[in-house]
Design a protein around this ligand. Sequence first.
Ligand code: TEU
Ligand code: CA
Length: 537
Amino acid sequence: KADADWWRGAVIYQVYPRSFQDSNGDGIGDLLGIAQRMPHIASLGVDAVWISPFFTSPMRDFGYDVSDYCDVDPMFGTLADFDTLIAQAHRLGVKVLIDLVLSHTSMDHPWFKESRSSKDNPKANWYVWADAKPDGTPPNNWLSIFGGSAWQWDPTRCQYYLHNFLTEQPDLNFHEPEVQNALMDVATFWLDRGVDGFRLDTINFYVHDAQLRDNPPLPEAERNPITAPAVNPYTWQNHLYDKTQPENLAFLRKLRALMNKYNAAAVGEVGDDQRGLEILGEYTGGSDLIHMSYAFELLSDKMPTAPYIAEVFEKVEAVAANGWACWAFSNHDVPRHASRWKLTDAGERCFATLMQCLRGSTCLYQGEELGLPEAEVAFEDLQDPYGKRFWPAFKGRDGCRTPMVWEPSNQNGGFSSGRPWLPVSHDHLNRAVATQEQDPSAILHHYRRVIAFRHAHEALRKGAQSRVEADGSIIRFQRESAGETIFCAFNLSHEPAVTDMPPGKWQQIGIELGSAGPAPDGRLHLGPWQPALMMRA
Ligand code: TEU
Ligand code: CA
């Protein structure tokens, strides 16, 4: 019998298709390449793979700008290749989540072409159109995440259209029932094709404020110095009206009801500077809503310290106790965490173990299991439009999107026989999969052990979590299921630290992960970046 709850506590591996494996030598990763490398993914012991967009697209945002939701871009292969990929994944016990970008389409999508052609065509209301103010300026002060006004003038309709990201990514109008129906058809198409669920891009942007009210200005101190030119008092506004509208929930409920028929699950990306965890609670709190919310709290620029993590979970308890988070340290949008947090090898291992002990599901980004640092990408090689726009203050997202390294010696790390779309990082070659496979002390094996550890303990996967406490540099908590109670402590520091054992009788576990045991004084003396893992006896 299929397990409808498989997503709870699952470990998800994110693949960025352009950069995983090229199977035909054009320098761009593709679906057959992913199918070919599926044994590596399965060998990690993960439950599912999330594949970033591979749909038909002009690739202005590398696939997050879709021009046909129900086909594969020729660059990535064909629908038949996708069937091969799914069959291979399922044969190896890996579920497949695809990345649906429903909030916006590409401006090349036939829906948008029709919508912009006149004010009275059948799809006239499928996007968010609004007249200019009397002085010709945009309808309100909303800003695009990728810089500038969120409104673009269209000379054909003589109106502005809304775009929360690039101007080439017009925002769909979720107040139009036909739009919602069309998107439900897209979800059904892929569920019928055998996918196990979705990563839903920017779900808190689906429904906009129908009255198009101005966002309130932010105090200077809270403005983003990169995307916010100092002259504009509304920059990096607190997004009161351009996203997270209550009508979102009705759509998410429809999507959930559909997914239930297939035992499918979804992780929704909620990017919100102010209300991320509240939204996590709102969107994932009920059995009729979305399953998991992709949390940004551990994707922070600064390394999460013990007090910070305690604070995050205190907030989860307060606003999202019934919600279900999906935690990630790295993805295709942020610098790899090994570099972002300046971690040593021991630090990386410690965070990897910590992540798999936390309540929630977890996401690993391709190459994370190799301990890859952020790649340096020269300006001449830059591909990300977001990076090109803000260089050098913000260098864009290419440094985490360079190709996977499979072989140390092969051309381009075994990624491609052609010229890769982004250069393979030389610093990555000595961390190639094949090299680490040969070395029992390599971090790749640590990731496998950590994931196996999570899977061996129901309490870690699905159990309740006690208060998360910081004791100096040590973060500590307990996980509990019907059958077992596990105590976890992690020293997030280069210095040794000491903490007390919790009351009761405990047995040391996780020795293979470097877990410490109690010292003769009955306390836990943790080395730098050392965990202590105990099972209640
Ligand atoms: O990202 C949404 C999101 O929150 C981003 O704005 C993120 O903060 C940004 O990339 C800065 O790091 C999703 C996708 O993950 C991203 O790749 C797309 O570009 C974006 O949506 C638009 O579809
Ligand atoms: Ca290719």
